[in-house]
Every structure is written in structure tokens, then in C-alpha cells.
Write a protein that binds this ligand. Sequence first.
Ligand code: NDP
Length: 515
Amino acid sequence: MLVEYKNEALVNFALPENRAAMEQALANVAAQKGSHFPLVIGGKKIDTEARITSVNPSNFEEVIGTTARANTELAETAVQSALSAFADWQYVSPEERARYLFKAAAIMRRKKFEFSAWLVEESGKNWVEADADTAEAIDFLEYYAHQMLHYAAGMPVVPNAGEQNECFYIPLGVGLIIPPWNFPLAILAGMTAAAIVTGNTVIMKPASTTPVIAAKLMELWEEVSLPPGVVNFLPGSGSAIGDYLVSHPKIRFINFTGSKEVGLRINKLAAEVVPGQKWIKRVVAEMGGKDAIIVDSEADIEDAANGIVASAFGFQGQKCSACSRAIIVADVYEEIVAKVAAKTKALKMGPASDPNSNVGPVIDKNAYGKILEYIEIGKNEGRIVAGGVKGAENGYFIEPTVVADVDSKARVAQEEIFGPVVALIKAEDYDQAIAIANDTEYGLTGAVYSKNRAKLEKARREFHVGNLYLNRKCTGALVGVHPFGGFNMSGTDSKAGGADYLLLFMQAKSVAEKL
Ligand code: NDP
């Protein structure tokens, strides 16, 4: 019998056995550092002279591993391989397809510490954040498998005398999976799993800063003996092969998560019909955010300050859901500024592999440079009350930074920085706080701290974000519990980890037979 879906429990690293398991996993990963991973197309390993080198953001002299780097010819081979695999895979029963995901989830659960250790080393997540990423990946595999079994029953239809009618779901075709680097396991596993469990075949093009964890996911797809060509592993630079793949006439859909700029480009290119193309491409694009936490005068101030610090600096603020604006009603503004500054200064920065590190490095040189530039802008647009400086220079360390007294129209209050920087904005009253929160082109997550029922209800109605949290932090969405996706320039609101997500990768076929 099928076990009911429930979220994967997080590891308690206070327990000595769990600490020991994680240390062992890190040692195992250390022994494998520098390994090379080829492309996998149609089940065959293909290597290239050109390589992508993945470095440890906590110590950039250390190479985590290398992968092959695809060019457009190999991208073409991958499309053809996915096309030919689709011929059979589309007719594999939903139950059988779901079983591949259940099996993958079970193996990932057994190798949980190993996956988390790769995340620590390659993406700079601390232990707790890495474990949450792995747990979310397991959740996506389990949840989408369960959802597919539900959709296998088809769409209910009304009986019509003299006919036998049904409406069932069929896949779309070959899909392109383009993830960001910031949840390099969970988002990649989720986007891929949803597409294949619904009967599509895919090209999995990982983010170039985190290709090794993606190669580990590819090994898992191989371990569950997914038929060759159902998932094709194609590391390569987005700027070199992205346009080619997005514009390809045989690509049926693109499942993208990443920046607004790249998402909009994909949306535009995909809309252009090219010779040999027989469909309107579907684009699922989940993009950036400029997420706000509102603190009302009638809030639990301690709770609110904790929520801001956790949401702003968890994984160094590199979450699409991260709090990058705190909008605080005037009566409690100074109190919150003081508390947020003190709590931020208490965070310990260090290598992600050190279990005592609260804050690790940012992902790479580009991000490091861009975030430091924003900190300089922040110095002119407000008052730095914590951080504002670099950390150890053997990795991409930046002190978690709080900029107070920022105008709501300032650049640091409007542009996605995607790093450990939060802008504190004073609002005259609660109504103005809501107006400021909505005054951005994004609409991904948001939170409100208030004890006043009427104010919470107003936020429910008027705070225009895809994921609203009341009296809790604005990060940490759980699969199945908090379907995730944003409004406006935050994307297509696909609601990943939600009950209707799989419909994005299927089409419904209605069949009527006269009796
Ligand atoms: P990018 O947009 O820079 O990259 C995302 C992916 O797109 C990468 O795999 C990249 O490949 C690829 N890519 C780049 N150029 C092209 C192109 N021309 N055609 C096709 N693909 C291309 O985003 P980041 O990886 O930096 O991720 C951070 C962003 O993701 C933030 O804006 C964040 O808010 C957002 N995000 C949104 C989430 C959501 O659910 N809304 C969740 C997580 C992150 P390569 O690495 O090779 O350049």
C-alpha cells in the first residue's frame, strides 16, 4: 500500500550520531574532490575537451570537480536523444513512472548526508541549509510521484447517454530544464521529476556554478535505471547553448528558475515560432524577488527581529524568498533597528563545512563583486548598522549587512541584490507599510508581524505576493504545505510543490465513443 505523503524530517545536528554522520560524509566527499563528470546523452557518457570547473566558494583554491561542457552540436544530440526516448516513455504508465521517483527518493534518503555534504562544499550552504535542500529534493520526488498517481485517474467528466467519455492527461514532449545554482539539488530534482513523471523526456542543463551536485543527481537517475534518454545531462554555459535550445523547434516546453533577465529572454525567444515547430511552447519561469517583511506597531518585536535576521541571512540571503526589505512602522522602528543590528552582529561567519558557521560565503566572484557594489550604494542610500565589509579573503565572504534609514525608492530597496544585505525602511503607519511592500516589480514572498486581526486580514487581501507568511519568517516553504511561486516579475506563479503543478507539463485529451 502507498504510504501517505509527509515532509521529510530535518536532521538534528545537536545529536552526536548525526554530527558524526555528516563529518563522515564530508570526509567521503573530500576524497572524491576533483572528480570529472561527462555529459550523459541517451544513456551514453560523452566527454568534451572543454570543461566546467566547480570551485569551493568557502575556499576558491579548492576544486570540487569538473564536468564536460556541451556546445550546440552536443545540445542537438541531446534533443534528438530526448525525442527518440519520448516515443516509448510517453506510453509508460503513470504508476510505473511514479515508481522511478519513489525509488529515487528512497535512495536519496539513504544517501542524505552524502548529498548534503556535496551541497556544503559546492554551494556554500551550512549544514542546516544543506540538509533542508536535500530534504526538499526528497519531498519533491515523493510528492510529485503521489500527485501523478492522482492525475492517472484523469479529469472527471459528466456522463452523456449513449456515449462512453473520458478525459485523460498526456505529456507534452521534450522539455528543457534550466535551474539556478541556489537550490542546486532541490530545484533541479523537483523541476526534472515533475517533467518526467508526467511522461515527458528532458534535457537537464545545470547552472554552471553547481554542476557537480547536478552530476550526482544524474547518477541517481541512472541508479534507478531510468530508460536512456529520458533525462539527458547537459552541463554547458547558458549563454553558449541556452538560446539554441530554447529556440529549437522540437523543444515543447521550458521549465526555468533563475533571474528575471534570463527568464524574460527565454519567454521572448520561446514565443517566436521557428520552421519545423508545430506548437506554442510552454514556458514556466520562476524568477527573482525583492521580498519584504512588515513589522507593525502591534507586533511581537523579538519574534519579528528574529524573523528578519533568519530570512535575510539564511544561506547568505541567496534565496529567492530572502527578506531584502524590512518595512517597519515608525513607533517600533528604532527598537527593531537596534535588535536586528545586534542579532546580525552575533552571527558567526565561516566556511560552510564548519558546523558552527551561521553564515558562509556567497556563490562566486561575480556575485561577490556585485554584492560589494550594492553595499557601497547602500552606504550612500542609508546608514550601515551591521556588516558592510568583506570577510576572510580565501573565499567569497561578505559580512551580513544591515542598511537602515533607506528610502523605499532607493536602489537597495528596489533591486534584487541576492546576497546578505537587508534594507530597513521606516513607514508612517501600517497602511503605508503595505503600500511600500507592494511598490516593487516583484511579488514573490512577504511576511507580516502583527497581533491585530484586522491588519492581518488586510495583508491577506492586499499584500500582493505569491507566498504570504503571517507572524513567521518569509523563507522555508515546504513541499505540499506551501505551494511556491510568485506574481508580477517574480514569474509565472507555477506553484512548485503544489497540487496542480504537474498540470503544467501535461495536456488533457478528451475521448468520446458512441456506444
Ligand atoms: P540566472 O538567471 O543567471 O541563471 C539561471 C539558469 O539560466 C542557469 O542554469 C544559467 O546557466 C541559465 N542561463 C543563463 N543564460 C541563459 C540563456 N540565454 N538561455 C537559457 N538559459 C540560460 O540565475 P541564477 O542561477 O543566478 O539564480 C539566481 C536567481 O534565481 C535569482 O534571481 C533568484 O531570485 C532566482 N530564483 C528564483 C526562484 C523562484 O522560485 N522564483 C527560486 C530560486 C532562485 P549558466 O549557469 O550556465 O549561466
